[in-house]
Design a protein around this ligand. Sequence first.
Ligand code: ADP
Ligand code: MG
Length: 309
Amino acid sequence: MSANAIEIRNLRKTYRGRRGEPAKEALKGVDLNIPAGSVFGLLGPNGAGKSTLINILAGLVIKTAGKVDIWGFDQDVNPRQSRAAIGVMPQELNLDPFFTPREALEVQAGLYGVPKSQRRSDEILALVGLEDKAEAYARTLSGGMRRRLLLAKALVHHPQVLVLDEPTAGVDIELRQMLWENVRRLNAEGMTIILTTHYLEEAEQMCDEIAIIDHGALVARDSTANLLARLDTRTMIISPEEPVAAPPAAEGIEVTARPDGALAMTYHAGRTSAEAVLAAVRDAGIRIRDVRTEQADLQDVFLDLTRSR
Ligand code: ADP
Ligand code: MG
Protein backbone atom coordinates (compact mmCIF):
# COMPACT_ATOMS: atom_id res chain seq x y z
CA MET A 1 0.00 0.00 0.00
CA SER A 2 1.47 3.35 -1.07
CA ALA A 3 0.98 6.60 0.81
CA ASN A 4 -1.92 7.43 -1.46
CA ALA A 5 -5.43 6.22 -0.71
CA ILE A 6 -6.47 7.05 -4.26
CA GLU A 7 -4.42 7.33 -7.44
CA ILE A 8 -6.13 8.55 -10.59
CA ARG A 9 -4.40 8.67 -13.97
CA ASN A 10 -5.74 10.33 -17.12
CA LEU A 11 -9.33 9.75 -16.08
CA ARG A 12 -11.86 10.46 -18.82
CA LYS A 13 -15.62 10.21 -18.95
CA THR A 14 -17.81 10.98 -21.92
CA TYR A 15 -21.54 10.56 -21.36
CA ARG A 16 -23.42 9.43 -24.43
CA GLY A 17 -25.94 12.04 -25.48
CA ARG A 18 -29.50 11.09 -24.70
CA ARG A 19 -32.25 11.51 -27.29
CA GLY A 20 -30.28 13.38 -29.90
CA GLU A 21 -28.32 15.47 -27.39
CA PRO A 22 -24.59 15.73 -28.06
CA ALA A 23 -22.18 13.61 -26.02
CA LYS A 24 -20.86 15.29 -22.88
CA GLU A 25 -17.18 15.13 -21.95
CA ALA A 26 -17.51 15.35 -18.16
CA LEU A 27 -13.87 14.46 -17.29
CA LYS A 28 -11.07 15.42 -19.66
CA GLY A 29 -8.04 13.53 -18.40
CA VAL A 30 -7.73 14.03 -14.65
CA ASP A 31 -4.58 13.07 -12.71
CA LEU A 32 -5.00 13.11 -8.96
CA ASN A 33 -3.39 11.53 -5.90
CA ILE A 34 -5.21 11.64 -2.59
CA PRO A 35 -2.97 10.97 0.42
CA ALA A 36 -4.01 8.29 2.89
CA GLY A 37 -5.22 9.71 6.18
CA SER A 38 -6.18 13.11 4.82
CA VAL A 39 -9.43 15.02 4.65
CA PHE A 40 -9.46 15.95 1.01
CA GLY A 41 -11.76 18.50 -0.59
CA LEU A 42 -12.88 18.31 -4.19
CA LEU A 43 -14.27 21.69 -5.14
CA GLY A 44 -15.84 23.06 -8.28
CA PRO A 45 -18.95 24.74 -9.62
CA ASN A 46 -22.07 22.90 -10.66
CA GLY A 47 -21.42 20.66 -13.63
CA ALA A 48 -17.64 20.61 -13.10
CA GLY A 49 -17.51 16.82 -12.93
CA LYS A 50 -17.23 16.22 -9.18
CA SER A 51 -20.03 13.68 -8.91
CA THR A 52 -18.84 11.95 -12.06
CA LEU A 53 -15.38 11.49 -10.54
CA ILE A 54 -16.79 10.31 -7.23
CA ASN A 55 -19.28 7.96 -8.84
CA ILE A 56 -16.45 6.42 -10.87
CA LEU A 57 -14.55 5.82 -7.61
CA ALA A 58 -17.71 4.25 -6.19
CA GLY A 59 -18.15 2.00 -9.21
CA LEU A 60 -21.50 3.64 -10.00
CA VAL A 61 -20.32 5.23 -13.26
CA ILE A 62 -18.12 3.41 -15.77
CA LYS A 63 -15.11 5.45 -16.84
CA THR A 64 -14.36 5.97 -20.53
CA ALA A 65 -10.57 5.79 -20.08
CA GLY A 66 -7.86 6.05 -17.48
CA LYS A 67 -6.66 4.20 -14.40
CA VAL A 68 -8.06 4.30 -10.90
CA ASP A 69 -6.34 2.73 -7.89
CA ILE A 70 -8.21 2.60 -4.58
CA TRP A 71 -6.15 1.62 -1.55
CA GLY A 72 -3.58 0.15 -3.89
CA PHE A 73 -6.10 -1.92 -5.87
CA ASP A 74 -6.56 -1.21 -9.55
CA GLN A 75 -10.28 -0.88 -10.18
CA ASP A 76 -10.07 -2.93 -13.39
CA VAL A 77 -7.72 -5.62 -12.08
CA ASN A 78 -9.13 -6.02 -8.55
CA PRO A 79 -12.68 -4.67 -8.71
CA ARG A 80 -13.84 -6.44 -5.56
CA GLN A 81 -10.99 -5.25 -3.33
CA SER A 82 -11.06 -1.72 -4.67
CA ARG A 83 -14.81 -1.54 -4.09
CA ALA A 84 -14.48 -2.89 -0.55
CA ALA A 85 -11.99 -0.16 0.35
CA ILE A 86 -14.38 2.71 -0.34
CA GLY A 87 -17.74 3.87 0.99
CA VAL A 88 -19.70 6.59 -0.74
CA MET A 89 -22.43 8.86 0.52
CA PRO A 90 -24.01 9.98 -2.74
CA GLN A 91 -25.40 13.38 -3.54
CA GLU A 92 -28.80 12.00 -4.51
CA LEU A 93 -31.19 10.68 -1.87
CA ASN A 94 -31.53 7.28 -3.54
CA LEU A 95 -33.03 5.14 -0.79
CA ASP A 96 -35.33 2.21 -1.12
CA PRO A 97 -38.64 3.35 0.43
CA PHE A 98 -39.57 -0.18 1.51
CA PHE A 99 -36.72 -0.72 3.98
CA THR A 100 -36.45 0.55 7.53
CA PRO A 101 -33.05 2.05 8.37
CA ARG A 102 -31.91 -1.16 10.08
CA GLU A 103 -33.00 -3.27 7.13
CA ALA A 104 -31.28 -0.89 4.72
CA LEU A 105 -28.01 -1.35 6.60
CA GLU A 106 -28.40 -5.13 6.72
CA VAL A 107 -29.03 -5.26 2.97
CA GLN A 108 -26.03 -3.03 2.31
CA ALA A 109 -23.85 -5.20 4.57
CA GLY A 110 -25.05 -8.24 2.63
CA LEU A 111 -24.13 -6.62 -0.68
CA TYR A 112 -20.61 -6.03 0.61
CA GLY A 113 -20.32 -9.53 2.04
CA VAL A 114 -19.96 -8.42 5.66
CA PRO A 115 -20.56 -11.56 7.75
CA LYS A 116 -23.46 -11.37 10.24
CA SER A 117 -21.07 -11.60 13.20
CA GLN A 118 -19.21 -8.48 12.03
CA ARG A 119 -22.25 -6.31 11.37
CA ARG A 120 -22.61 -3.24 13.54
CA SER A 121 -25.91 -1.82 12.32
CA ASP A 122 -27.08 -0.49 15.69
CA GLU A 123 -23.70 1.04 16.46
CA ILE A 124 -23.67 2.81 13.09
CA LEU A 125 -27.26 4.01 13.48
CA ALA A 126 -26.31 5.50 16.85
CA LEU A 127 -23.25 7.15 15.31
CA VAL A 128 -25.44 9.09 12.87
CA GLY A 129 -28.19 9.75 15.44
CA LEU A 130 -30.80 7.41 13.97
CA GLU A 131 -31.05 4.88 16.81
CA ASP A 132 -34.66 5.94 17.52
CA LYS A 133 -35.58 5.44 13.89
CA ALA A 134 -34.11 1.97 13.37
CA GLU A 135 -37.55 0.47 12.71
CA ALA A 136 -39.24 3.51 11.20
CA TYR A 137 -41.01 3.35 7.88
CA ALA A 138 -38.67 4.90 5.36
CA ARG A 139 -41.42 7.18 4.10
CA THR A 140 -41.62 8.82 7.55
CA LEU A 141 -37.95 9.84 7.43
CA SER A 142 -37.22 13.52 6.85
CA GLY A 143 -34.68 14.64 4.26
CA GLY A 144 -32.11 15.10 7.00
CA MET A 145 -32.71 11.58 8.34
CA ARG A 146 -32.33 10.15 4.86
CA ARG A 147 -28.99 11.86 4.57
CA ARG A 148 -27.93 10.36 7.90
CA LEU A 149 -28.98 6.96 6.63
CA LEU A 150 -26.92 7.43 3.47
CA LEU A 151 -23.87 8.14 5.62
CA ALA A 152 -24.63 5.05 7.73
CA LYS A 153 -24.88 2.92 4.58
CA ALA A 154 -21.50 4.17 3.39
CA LEU A 155 -19.95 2.93 6.65
CA VAL A 156 -21.35 -0.62 6.95
CA HIS A 157 -18.34 -2.37 5.41
CA HIS A 158 -15.74 -0.37 7.39
CA PRO A 159 -14.12 1.21 4.33
CA GLN A 160 -10.65 2.76 4.52
CA VAL A 161 -11.84 5.64 2.34
CA LEU A 162 -15.10 7.52 2.88
CA VAL A 163 -16.42 9.80 0.15
CA LEU A 164 -19.12 12.38 0.80
CA ASP A 165 -20.68 14.12 -2.21
CA GLU A 166 -22.03 17.55 -1.20
CA PRO A 167 -23.04 16.24 2.22
CA THR A 168 -24.05 19.60 3.61
CA ALA A 169 -25.80 21.18 0.61
CA GLY A 170 -29.14 22.39 1.90
CA VAL A 171 -28.99 20.67 5.30
CA ASP A 172 -29.76 22.29 8.66
CA ILE A 173 -27.10 23.34 11.16
CA GLU A 174 -27.63 20.38 13.46
CA LEU A 175 -27.10 17.88 10.67
CA ARG A 176 -24.12 19.79 9.36
CA GLN A 177 -22.51 19.63 12.79
CA MET A 178 -23.28 15.93 13.11
CA LEU A 179 -21.64 15.34 9.74
CA TRP A 180 -18.53 17.30 10.58
CA GLU A 181 -18.20 15.66 13.99
CA ASN A 182 -18.34 12.29 12.31
CA VAL A 183 -15.87 13.30 9.63
CA ARG A 184 -13.41 14.50 12.27
CA ARG A 185 -13.83 11.41 14.43
CA LEU A 186 -13.56 8.93 11.56
CA ASN A 187 -10.52 10.76 10.22
CA ALA A 188 -8.91 10.73 13.68
CA GLU A 189 -9.45 6.95 13.68
CA GLY A 190 -7.47 6.77 10.44
CA MET A 191 -10.12 6.92 7.74
CA THR A 192 -9.30 8.90 4.61
CA ILE A 193 -12.13 11.33 3.84
CA ILE A 194 -12.93 12.84 0.47
CA LEU A 195 -15.70 15.38 0.24
CA THR A 196 -17.11 17.73 -2.32
CA THR A 197 -18.58 21.03 -1.29
CA HIS A 198 -19.68 24.37 -2.66
CA TYR A 199 -18.75 26.12 0.54
CA LEU A 200 -15.22 27.44 0.60
CA GLU A 201 -15.46 28.16 4.30
CA GLU A 202 -16.35 24.56 4.96
CA ALA A 203 -13.44 23.32 2.87
CA GLU A 204 -11.20 25.73 4.72
CA GLN A 205 -12.21 24.33 8.08
CA MET A 206 -12.30 20.66 7.20
CA CYS A 207 -9.79 19.88 4.49
CA ASP A 208 -6.02 19.40 4.64
CA GLU A 209 -5.74 19.47 0.87
CA ILE A 210 -7.95 20.67 -1.92
CA ALA A 211 -8.33 20.01 -5.63
CA ILE A 212 -10.37 22.36 -7.77
CA ILE A 213 -12.04 21.00 -10.85
CA ASP A 214 -13.69 23.04 -13.59
CA HIS A 215 -15.19 21.88 -16.88
CA GLY A 216 -13.85 18.38 -16.30
CA ALA A 217 -10.23 19.41 -15.72
CA LEU A 218 -8.16 19.98 -12.60
CA VAL A 219 -7.26 23.67 -12.26
CA ALA A 220 -5.56 23.55 -8.86
CA ARG A 221 -4.29 21.06 -6.32
CA ASP A 222 -2.62 22.25 -3.15
CA SER A 223 -2.75 22.33 0.61
CA THR A 224 -5.67 24.36 1.90
CA ALA A 225 -3.34 26.87 3.48
CA ASN A 226 -1.41 27.47 0.25
CA LEU A 227 -4.56 27.75 -1.79
CA LEU A 228 -6.22 30.22 0.53
CA ALA A 229 -3.10 32.32 0.64
CA ARG A 230 -3.50 32.72 -3.10
CA LEU A 231 -7.07 33.86 -2.60
CA ASP A 232 -6.77 36.85 -0.41
CA THR A 233 -9.31 38.83 -2.42
CA ARG A 234 -11.78 40.72 -0.24
CA THR A 235 -14.79 42.77 -1.19
CA MET A 236 -16.08 45.53 1.05
CA ILE A 237 -19.57 46.77 0.27
CA ILE A 238 -20.13 50.41 1.16
CA SER A 239 -23.68 51.81 1.28
CA PRO A 240 -23.39 55.60 1.07
CA GLU A 241 -25.72 58.09 2.77
CA GLU A 242 -26.27 59.95 -0.52
CA PRO A 243 -25.80 58.90 -4.15
CA VAL A 244 -22.11 58.96 -5.04
CA ALA A 245 -21.02 61.49 -7.67
CA ALA A 246 -17.32 60.60 -7.87
CA PRO A 247 -16.36 57.11 -6.71
CA PRO A 248 -13.18 56.73 -4.70
CA ALA A 249 -10.00 55.86 -6.54
CA ALA A 250 -6.96 54.35 -4.89
CA GLU A 251 -4.03 52.17 -5.83
CA GLY A 252 -4.83 48.47 -5.41
CA ILE A 253 -8.59 48.91 -5.00
CA GLU A 254 -11.06 48.06 -7.72
CA VAL A 255 -14.36 49.94 -7.37
CA THR A 256 -17.62 48.93 -9.02
CA ALA A 257 -21.04 50.51 -8.51
CA ARG A 258 -23.87 48.15 -7.63
CA PRO A 259 -27.39 48.73 -9.03
CA ASP A 260 -28.63 49.65 -5.53
CA GLY A 261 -26.09 52.48 -5.31
CA ALA A 262 -23.64 50.61 -3.10
CA LEU A 263 -19.94 50.54 -3.95
CA ALA A 264 -18.13 47.20 -4.12
CA MET A 265 -14.47 47.73 -3.21
CA THR A 266 -12.32 44.73 -4.10
CA TYR A 267 -8.75 44.47 -2.84
CA HIS A 268 -6.04 42.02 -1.84
CA ALA A 269 -5.81 41.70 1.92
CA GLY A 270 -2.11 40.93 1.68
CA ARG A 271 -1.36 44.25 -0.03
CA THR A 272 -4.14 46.62 1.03
CA SER A 273 -5.60 47.01 4.51
CA ALA A 274 -9.30 47.40 5.25
CA GLU A 275 -8.33 50.67 6.89
CA ALA A 276 -6.88 51.96 3.60
CA VAL A 277 -10.09 51.05 1.80
CA LEU A 278 -12.20 52.97 4.30
CA ALA A 279 -9.79 55.91 4.11
CA ALA A 280 -10.18 56.04 0.32
CA VAL A 281 -13.95 56.19 0.77
CA ARG A 282 -13.71 58.99 3.30
CA ASP A 283 -11.19 60.89 1.15
CA ALA A 284 -13.75 60.87 -1.67
CA GLY A 285 -16.14 62.72 0.67
CA ILE A 286 -18.51 59.78 0.93
CA ARG A 287 -20.50 59.40 4.14
CA ILE A 288 -20.90 55.75 5.02
CA ARG A 289 -24.33 54.44 6.06
CA ASP A 290 -23.35 50.79 6.20
CA VAL A 291 -20.33 48.59 5.59
CA ARG A 292 -20.20 44.85 5.12
CA THR A 293 -17.71 42.43 3.66
CA GLU A 294 -18.28 39.61 1.26
CA GLN A 295 -16.48 36.34 1.74
CA ALA A 296 -14.42 35.08 -1.13
CA ASP A 297 -16.43 32.22 -2.59
CA LEU A 298 -15.67 29.55 -5.07
CA GLN A 299 -16.43 31.90 -7.91
CA ASP A 300 -13.68 34.21 -6.70
CA VAL A 301 -11.36 31.24 -6.45
CA PHE A 302 -11.91 30.48 -10.10
CA LEU A 303 -11.58 34.07 -11.18
CA ASP A 304 -8.40 34.35 -9.20
CA LEU A 305 -6.95 31.12 -10.52
CA THR A 306 -7.79 31.78 -14.14
CA ARG A 307 -6.51 35.35 -13.91
CA SER A 308 -3.14 34.26 -12.51
CA ARG A 309 -2.57 31.65 -15.24
P1 ADP B 1 -20.88 18.20 -10.50
O1 ADP B 1 -21.10 17.08 -9.55
O2 ADP B 1 -19.53 18.84 -10.38
O3 ADP B 1 -21.97 19.22 -10.43
P2 ADP B 1 -21.42 16.23 -12.56
O4 ADP B 1 -20.32 15.23 -12.48
O5 ADP B 1 -22.73 15.86 -11.95
O6 ADP B 1 -20.91 17.62 -12.01
O7 ADP B 1 -21.69 16.56 -14.10
C1 ADP B 1 -20.63 16.90 -14.99
C2 ADP B 1 -21.23 17.10 -16.37
O8 ADP B 1 -21.69 15.87 -16.90
C3 ADP B 1 -22.42 18.05 -16.40
O9 ADP B 1 -22.36 18.79 -17.60
C4 ADP B 1 -23.60 17.11 -16.41
O10 ADP B 1 -24.70 17.71 -17.03
C5 ADP B 1 -23.07 15.93 -17.19
N1 ADP B 1 -23.70 14.68 -16.78
C6 ADP B 1 -23.71 14.16 -15.54
N2 ADP B 1 -24.34 12.96 -15.52
C7 ADP B 1 -24.74 12.73 -16.79
C8 ADP B 1 -25.44 11.65 -17.43
N3 ADP B 1 -25.85 10.56 -16.75
N4 ADP B 1 -25.67 11.76 -18.76
C9 ADP B 1 -25.25 12.82 -19.46
N5 ADP B 1 -24.58 13.87 -18.93
C10 ADP B 1 -24.33 13.83 -17.61
MG1 MG C 1 -22.44 16.80 -8.04
